[in-house]
Design a binder for this molecule. Structure first.
Ligand code: PMP
Length: 357
């Protein structure tokens, strides 16, 4: 605590990001990046945008990018909001849409940024435990069981568990809370989840947030977006413009548009991740791990007799990094990003050695 800080700063528990190691030769399976690089067309588009126009500020309303997103997901441009990564989009959503008289509701095991935003913006929240098999129970998000929530947010697929609700289940939550905003954070949806974007035409309380960091392999570019009714999008714009948040920069916008347009590369690489995930799951199971059913580009797995923290440390000695969370209920789990086939082979070999030792 510093005497120079505003009082709120001392109360914050900031997010601890996954490690981004400086070493080059690590097998990096800890922060759910895509194992394959972005489409070559993205790199061409960024190179082509490297010209004298960089002296100019970017388009404050990111029209070309918003139009590309709108046509990709099948909505109007006025229903699209963009930000520097979905983390920024979520930050604005927390302030613009999720602060109400009644507490915001989200699962107890979920994206650990949510309570951080609540602390930053003074948003009261309540968490609902996942079921014993680590799933979200729809009933917990309906007024009948737990009363009316001020607003609701959850990732689908959930993180770090990877389990997904069906579209019908998401619709029950959205339809069951007509007076509360429901934010569905679909960072991982392209790896096997069902997007709720199609529901937006019928529900004005639904905001769907997606990112180009995962399935489009552009974590380094920082582009995320939200889709919802023009009313919700307008709320986000008002907050964004009050911060004077930077619009998407010229290079990122050019790369993002090219990524959205190269559907062939997108389909091919996401399918490769899904296929490797099946192999990785089978391999882990044959080593004795219990693996939760994953619709994401990572799996959440625990071994019945080995400490997860010890396994993570032993893998690290073999230059393989995975994620372990020090949260009591999931302390036995490792979250492992789906890598290339070669990386997954090395992971399984490393784990087999550690388990035999
Ligand atoms: N939502 C969830 C559930 C995530 O796991 C992440 C990635 N850590 C994000 C949002 C944010 O991703 P980005 O800011 O790269 O779009």
């Amino acid at each position: 605590m510093s005497r120079f800080w505003s009082p709120v700063v001392g109360t914050l528990s900031p997010y601890v990001p996954g490690e981004q190691p400086k070493l080059q030769n690590l097998i990096k399976l800890n922060t759910n990046e895509h194992p394959y690089g972005p489409s070559p067309k993205v790199l061409d588009a960024i190179r082509a945008a490297c010209d004298d126009t960089l002296k100019l500020y970017p388009d404050p309303s990111s029209d070309r990018l918003r139009q590309a997103i709108a046509s990709t997901v099948g909505v109007e441009q006025a229903q699209v909001f963009v930000g520097n990564g979905s983390d920024e989009v979520l930050a604005h959503a927390f302030l613009a849409l999720l602060k109400h008289d009644r507490p915001l509701r989200f699962p107890d095991i979920t994206y650990s940024f949510y309570p951080v935003y609540c602390g930053l913006y003074g948003i009261e929240y309540e968490t609902v435990p996942l079921t014993s098999d680590f799933r979200i129970d729809v009933e917990d998000y309906l007024p009948g069981r737990n009363g009316q929530a001020g607003a609701i947010i959850f990732p689908n697929p959930n993180a770090p568990t990877g389990t997904a609700l069906t579209l019908a289940e998401v619709e029950r939550i959205v339809a069951g809370n007509p007076d509360s905003v429901v934010v569905v954070d679909e960072a991982y949806v392209d790896f096997g989840g069902e997007s709720a974007i199609g529901l937006i035409a019928r529900y004005d309380n639904l905001l769907v947030v997606q990112t180009l960091s995962k399935s489009r392999s552009l974590a380094g570019l920082r582009v995320g977006f939200a889709v919802g009714s023009a009313e919700l999008i307008d709320g986000l714009e008002r907050v964004k413009n009050s911060f004077n948040s930077y619009p998407i920069d010229r290079l990122a916008a050019a790369g993002a548009v090219a990524a959205l347009e190269d559907t062939e590369y997108f389909e091919k690489t996401r399918q490769a991740v899904i296929d490797t995930r099946s192999r990785m799951t089978a391999g882990l199971e044959s080593l004795g791990f219990e693996v939760l059913p994953s619709a994401a580009n990572f799996v959440f797995a625990r071994h019945p007799s080995k400490e997860a923290s010890g396994l993570a440390a032993a893998l690290r000695e073999r230059s393989i990094i995975v994620r372990h969370f020090r949260h009591a209920r999931i302390d036995q789990f490792l979250r492992i990003t789906v890598g290339t086939d070669e990386q997954v082979d090395l992971l399984l070999k490393g784990l087999a050695e550690v388990l035999q030792a």
